[in-house]
Design a protein around this ligand. Structure first.
Ligand code: 8YV
Length: 318
């Protein structure tokens, strides 16, 4: 009998879906209207879970899966999984560590360039046919902010933070960072205090894990970033106090923001929709065919190893 797997979020690569269907009996939880009834029906037989980084899995759902052996996160963040509970029950939790680093860093740089060069505003301007006309709400377009040479402050000097730094350095950007401690193996300037980092940066890029850093970017940090400063978030929405960010953008406390992640996805504060200083993405940092294929293959490998009684690679529960 094939092992039974509960899938909490979709896998978008057809080849990976085909392999999963070949090896396992998949139960598509994310498609169910009555999720509680579905869990009561299939929960007793589930040995594995596939979920996304943002979706994770609650303790309440795991508690209804008595035979659960492994939670394979199709992502790198495990902040939405109750790891302590999983460890207590001996459930492996795996992540696609290293698979999405380059894509997330690419998007961080792309978003910052979009925000400070006004790419989305200019795109809307051309599409709306405003270019040939003169007296339009968007014309003349304001001059943009140069990206090359911007002082970049990175929050979290892990894999993604380092990949962002390498890219920004190639654009002649001085790099500073904050983390729990200075890192001896990076050539960038460590600033212990987040407000001081914000004060000395033209753009703050968030690349930190969100496990213990909820609301890290608040009104004080945004005030320190200042009216010429930009915020980029490719990590987790909950790192930011969202009402403080909306207010900072509305009042011009900061110059702009580029956001791939939000507190309550897929809900985005509507106040942001009318602001030309903001670039918005629907949590797409790892959404390339190449990266999602690698991630999917890692998810398959985690399930196969766990069901064979082996410790899966990239296990974060030890
Ligand atoms: C993933 C993420 O793309 O890696 C993570 O933690 O949040 C995303 O980048 C997402 O988990 C895909 O399901």
């Amino acid at each position: 009998m094939k092992p039974e797997v509960l899938q909490l979020s979709p896998i978008l690569i057809p080849e990976v879906r085909a392999t999963l269907n070949q090896l396992f009996t998949l139960h598509l939880y994310y498609e169910q209207a009555d999720k509680a009834a579905f869990l009561r029906e299939v929960g007793g037989n589930i040995r594995g879970v596939i979920t996304g980084g943002h979706t994770g899995i609650t303790q309440a759902v795991m508690a209804q899966l008595p035979k659960l052996e492994v939670v394979a996160v199709n992502g790198v963040g495990t902040d939405a999984v109750d790891l302590a509970y999983a460890r207590d029950r001996g459930i492996h939790v795996t992540a696609t560590i290293g698979a999405l680093t380059e894509d997330v860093a690419d998007l961080a740089i792309g978003l910052l360039i979009s925000a400070c060069r006004g790419l989305c505003t200019s795109d809307r301007y051309v599409r709306a046919g405003h270019w040939p006309a003169s007296a339009t709400p968007l014309a003349p377009l304001p001059l943009a902010r140069q990206f090359s040479g911007m002082r970049i402050g990175i929050v979290g000097m892990g894999r993604v933070g380092r990949a962002v730094a390498t890219r920004a350095a190639a654009f002649g950007c001085p790099i500073s960072y904050t983390d729990l401690q200075a890192m001896s193996d990076v050539p960038y300037t460590f600033v212990a205090d987040l407000k001081a980092l914000a004060r000395g940066s033209d753009a703050l890029i968030l690349a930190a894990a969100a496990d213990k850093a909820e609301g890290l970017i608040d009104a004080h940090v945004l005030a320190a970033l200042g009216s010429e400063g930009y915020l980029v978030n490719v990590a987790r929405g909950k790192l930011v106090n969202e009402p403080d960010l909306v207010a900072a953008l509305q009042t011009g406390t900061i110059a702009g923001a580029a956001l791939d992640v939000f507190v309550d996805e897929p809900r985005v504060p509507e106040a942001l929709f009318g602001l030309e200083t903001v670039v918005l993405q629907p949590h797409r940092a790892s959404a390339t065919v190449q990266t999602r294929t690698r991630m999917g293959e890692m998810v398959v490998a985690s399930l196969v190893d766990a069901f064979a009684g082996k410790q899966p690679k990239n296990c974060v529960t030890g």
